[in-house]
Design a protein around this ligand. Structure first.
Ligand SMILES: CC(C)(COP(=O)(O)OP(=O)(O)OC[C@H]1O[C@@H](n2cnc3c(N)ncnc32)[C@H](O)[C@@H]1OP(=O)(O)O)[C@@H](O)C(=O)NCCC(=O)NCCS
Length: 149
């Protein structure tokens, strides 16, 4: 099974997927959430190389995204550039949805920029078709999506 739950000690191996030094604030925030147990991260590993990751967040302070025991938030799905379009993102997403269901959640939420057509197509294919919010932030227009699991 190439997908494993990430342990805190291995967090910095995700630097192989994305350059943490370019986004230290988010890298620290996600590390802290992982340490606190609020974030569960799954990584796709091949030949000991970390190639992709996705996380589930139990509480993120936005009631559109998280409802205790009911709705969990899918966060930071990313596949290393060179390894995209080989199905890794889809496998990570399937794994996260399955795990969330096992934890007892009935809904999974996520946010995606409207301009991110590749990610949006993948989410739609996996059943994220229910738009609950359309908004705009510093990165542009985005939607919040929900899927029943
Ligand atoms: C979004 C993202 C995670 C998708 O990861 P991915 O590994 O490329 O996803 P997949 O390979 O499963 O699916 C992408 C495409 O590859 C196709 N594909 C799946 N398996 C394949 C295979 N074995 N061979 C060739 N293509 C395949 C899929 O059909 C899909 O095509 P489509 O978009 O035409 O439907 C990736 O593009 C990424 O990291 N983007 C930057 C970060 C980002 O935007 N994250 C989302 C934030 S909300």
């Amino acid at each position: 099974m190439p997908i494993k739950e990430l342990s805190l000690n291995d967090y910095f191996k995700c630097n192989n997927i994305w350059d943490m030094s370019k986004d230290p604030d988010r890298a620290k925030c996600w590390y802290d959430e992982l340490a606190a147990g609020n974030r569960i991260t799954f990584v796709y590993i091949e030949d000991e190389q970390y190639l992709g990751e996705v996380s589930l967040v139990k509480e993120n302070g936005d009631s559109d995204y998280t409802v205790p025991g009911q709705r969990i938030y899918l966060s930071r799905m990313i596949v290393k550039k060179e390894n995209r379009n080989q199905g890794l993102g889809g496998l990570l997403l399937d794994h996260a949805m399955c795990y969330a269901k096992q934890l007892g959640y009935s809904e999974i939420s996520l946010g995606v920029d409207i301009s991110n057509t590749g990610a949006r197509r993948l989410y739609e294919k996996k059943g994220f078709t229910n738009i609950i919010f359309v908004g705009e932030d510093k990165d542009g227009k985005f939607v919040k999506l929900i899927k029943t699991i």
